[in-house]
Design a protein around this ligand. Structure first.
Ligand code: G3P
Ligand code: MG
Length: 225
């Protein structure tokens, strides 16, 4: 059996505030094999690393993230102390030290992400996986640059994700761990796709995913894997 990749969720969300440079740095210190982050496009066109579609839960501002410019977003405080990073800042910090799983969370992220990666990861595209729940974004990436590894996220159906993955030549299926069984993991792998599962935090579930032989576990506590 090949090694199971340990991937920090939103950096290392269980240790430090999600999707911040500090959280990503913490994940690197924990010797992860990879880091997952979420991206949106802001009003001035830059890619920013943030999970929610609105600022309300995580910052001292309110409203949709896409309605603010980068200058404005940089003034807001994430969880009191932190800043919203840009994808460029994250790429510079990770600097190819591990796999980067960029989740295309917002609409219209496919093209700017592909353009940015062509600058930063010209020769090291192997260190990138782009995943999304949004079929449109994944389809666009597959057309813009078929050599970028794609992952199909699902919290509904492994079979449907598998079906769609075939149409865009994706490399991996990213199901919520509650959807997995020994047999559907084997089926996905037999069909030539990898299984990256999320967000697996408790030790029993982590151990169960290991016995299923998933390819990667995405966790707020990657040190538990
Ligand atoms: O990419 C795995 C996971 O991050 C998907 O769900 O809501 O945490 O972005 P969410
Ligand atoms: Mg995510």
């Amino acid at each position: 059996m090949s090694k199971i990749l340990k991937i920090g969720h939103r950096g290392a969300k269980g240790h430090l505030v999600e999707n911040t440079l500090e959280s990503i740095n913490k994940a690197l210190q924990l010797n992860v094999d990879g880091i997952e982050i979420d991206v949106h496009v802001c009003k001035s066109g830059e890619l920013v690393v943030f999970h929610d579609f609105t600022l309300d839960r995580m910052t001292n501002a309110t409203g949709e993230i896409g309605k603010y410019t980068l200058t404005q977003l940089k003034q807001f405080k994430v969880n009191g102390n932190y800043q919203i990073p840009t994808l460029v800042e994250v790429l510079n910090l990770i600097d190819n030290k591990c796999l980067l799983n960029i989740e295309l969370k917002g609409e219209y992220t496919a093209k700017p992400v592909v353009d940015l990666l062509s600058k930063y990861y010209d020769k090291n595209i192997d260190n990138i996986v782009l995943s999304s729940f949004l079929k449109e974004e994944l389809t666009q990436v597959s057309k813009l640059n078929p050599s970028i590894a794609l992952g199909v996220l699902t919290k509904a159906s492994v079979n449907q994700a598998l079906k769609f993955a075939k149409t865009i030549n994706a490399k991996s299926i990213h199901p919520n761990f509650a959807l997995l069984s020994q047999s559907n993991v084997a089926k996905v792998q037999d069909e030539g796709f990898k299984v990256y599962t999320w967000t697996v935090n408790d030790q029993d579930s982590i151990n169960r995913m290991k016995t299923y032989g998933v390819d990667a576990i995405i966790s707020d506590y990657p040190d538990r894997i």
